[in-house]
Write a protein that binds this ligand. Sequence first.
Ligand SMILES: [Ca+2]
Ligand SMILES: [Ca+2]
Ligand SMILES: [Ca+2]
Length: 408
Amino acid sequence: MSNRPRSLLVVVLALLASVTLSGLAIDREGVLYLAREPGEILLAGLNLSDLSLRPAAPTRQDERELAQGVPFQSERSFGPFFSAASEGPSTIDVENAQVEVYLTTGSQGLMQCCAEVTATLARERPASTSVLAERTIITSLGPKRPDGSDTPVVIAMPVEAAAGLRALENGDGISLLVSVRNRCQDQDRRNLTLRYDGQLFASRVRFLAEPLDPATSVDGDDDGVVNPCDNCPVAPNPTQADGDFNGIGDVCEPCTFESPVPAFCTCIDAVCDDDDPCTTDSCRDGEGCQAELLEGLEGLMCRVDLLARQVNQASPPDVTPRLTRRRSPLRRTAAKAGRAVLKLSRAIQREKPSAKVGRKLAKVGKVLTSFESKVDKLAAKGRVDGAFRERLLGISAGALANVEQIRP
Ligand SMILES: [Ca+2]
Ligand SMILES: [Ca+2]
Ligand SMILES: [Ca+2]
């Protein structure tokens, strides 16, 4: 007998052995290890392969290396790894799969947050391959660690295939394909190795009834970018948009009053201060920083107080030197407004008749109006700067609006 028919016979025998010995039913939580046992050929669908997925941890170490490396922007795959064919009808009724694979680069090939790893789980049937679950994540890959402390790439994925696709008939199997795209901006080719030995580097697929706790996940916000690579690990942002290129994703950028689009900032750690003491500043999700005007008596007191401070602290070029004197008409009128507001608030506090409150209110209005006309006249003579005039009139207008709100 020549060598060739004998080897064919070995394949056929191994094939029969695998079909009859290794059943497969993922109807509960379970693990399938990536493995390659020499001399053993598996059948799944019409696929013959020595790369297998098996319930028992492999007994020997093995690894696959992509000999040609992965060029920039290209994708290369490990596998598929095939399970043995099922021996009868069963259903994959778990909702979650987690692929854990020990991937490393060559000694110089660190891929810092630029390895796009895709895991694809499929049902293999003689006439068709149906995807059961697929997920891509952005992560880092580095060289093998000399002390063996490598950690696996973990890809958690819901099993979203329709019920019909989850049914395994006699002879169906499962496959896993692991693909890596090189997105590293240095554009260097990367050598990649996938290890699977069942012990230190137990590359495997876990089927889970419940997803793992997101808090312990390597991708806490489940957006496909692992925490150390995510420019906003607390909020899903698969595109990693970062409008101002500061390394903080838009969705993590604390809101400010200057944030151009409130949707692209977050209230977490936001410091909202519009530099106006007469507003209440707060941050609202989806709206960003918001300033609410103080209203009524509270607003009036705040604005008249602010007016006096502005005038008292004014210095050239806002006003001419003469207007910085203590007895300047602006300072006197502002002080008068302050006194009028104080009398008004006392009248309100002491619940004086509304006619009396009305008179105090009218007085405040009159003083404010006269303040405005003084500001206008001084500005016309060039003694008050245009921008400073605007500021003072803005505050006064706010105060007059508060007068209207208080009117009994
Ligand atoms: Ca993430
Ligand atoms: Ca994120
Ligand atoms: Ca940013």
